[in-house]
Design a protein around this ligand. Structure first.
Ligand SMILES: CC(C)(COP(=O)(O)OP(=O)(O)OC[C@H]1O[C@@H](n2cnc3c(N)ncnc32)[C@H](O)[C@@H]1OP(=O)(O)O)[C@@H](O)C(=O)NCCC(=O)NCCS
Length: 294
């Protein structure tokens, strides 16, 4: 078996493998993420007798820290063909991806997953985050506009508001214009709701989970404005956040909520050591937006 960087012409075989490994995930997810701007240089394949039997992808992101932003590799789409599992294929792919990140100079690696032991065994450290469910039913909303497609001026305003708000949070992603468009276009097309205050620059992006239940994906601006920016039929707002986040603080003061500990984010030091990474990121107030998960 060979582990190596993928070739452009292998896209179809990679997609076929991903569809079979993640049968419940809509194909459009992979059609969007696999051939994104870094492909195929960010894709590692395991090849056995000429067949692609394993895959992992590394997305370059810049995370804010207590100092300057650092370059991290976001790990995504880890999979091994069913008949090849349990033989170390995925571990070898992750080890190759780690060396690759070291060579290119990534500070750390980040991933989102639920398979704890597997990633911990391969050097990633669990970072807890919380999942809040706010019971917001029956609140009057006012002074907001629902944006179906932001024009260039509004997009620039959103980017500015987001930059200003997130600069105080370590672990948030520095989004360039490509990332903004890549994410926002997708979320709006799939029915997420972008709501902006009509009185100031505050905005919020909600993903509809089911009737009356919304997942807060992204926010920037004045946290106390959130009450004006809830979708008309919202009853429950789900928010993956830290207790110290101003939106969490504000909602928790105003609504009944339930709080669950969620194991969601994993980090692995690559260029740096664990202590320096913790100093850079976790000594400051930190947060990660659902909008940025790859
Ligand atoms: C998870 C997955 C990538 C592991 O691939 P693999 O090549 O079998 O992994 P390795 O042989 O290197 O390591 C096997 C380890 O993963 C664990 N593992 C394998 N399949 C697993 C699964 N479906 N759920 C949880 N853990 C799993 C095994 O417990 C084993 O741990 P151990 O060595 O302590 O016993 C593979 O099962 C897969 O493709 N699953 C479907 C896609 C998926 O869930 N990807 C992960 C997204 S977060």
């Amino acid at each position: 078996m060979i582990i190596r960087i993928a070739k452009k012409e292998e896209l179809e075989s990679i997609l076929k493998l991903l569809y079979s490994c993640f049968a419940k995930t809509p194909k459009e997810y992979f059609l969007r993420f696999v051939p994104e701007r870094e492909f195929p240089g960010n894709s590692v394949v395991a090849v056995d007798s000429g067949e692609i039997v394993g895959y992992v992808q590394v997305y370059t992101r810049y995370l804010r820290t207590s100092k300057d932003p650092v370059k991290v590799g976001g790990i995504g789409n880890v999979c091994t063909k069913k008949t090849m599992r349990g033989k170390g294929v995925a571990s070898k792919l992750l080890s190759y991806a780690t060396s690759y990140m070291k060579d290119i100079g990534y500070e750390a690696s980040v991933l989102f997953a639920s398979k704890h032991k597997f990633y911990v065994k391969n050097g990633w450290k669990l970072v807890m985050t919380y999942h809040y469910e706010f019971d917001v039913g029956g609140i009057l909303k006012s002074s907001h506009e629902v944006i179906n497609k932001p024009d260039d001026t509004l997009l620039k305003d959103l980017m500015k508001t987001s930059e200003e708000f997130n600069k105080d949070f370590a672990f948030t992603v520095v989004r360039d214009e490509y990332l903004w468009n890549f994410q926002l276009e997708y979320f709006l097309k799939k029915g997420s709701i972008l709501i902006k205050s009509s009185t100031d620059e505050t905005y919020v992006l909600f993903d509809k989970v089911n009737d009356g239940v919304y997942n807060l994906l992204d926010f920037a601006g004045n946290p106390s404005k959130i009450l004006d920016l809830l979708p008309e039929d919202s009853k429950k707002i789900l928010f993956f956040s830290k207790p110290c986040h101003p939106v969490t603080e504000y909602l928790a003061k105003n609504f009944p909520y339930t709080e669950k500990e969620h194991v969601l984010i994993f980090v692995k030091p690559i260029k740096t050591d664990e202590k320096s990474l913790d100093d850079l990121i976790f000594t400051k107030r930190w947060h990660y937006w659902a909008f940025d998960m790859f």
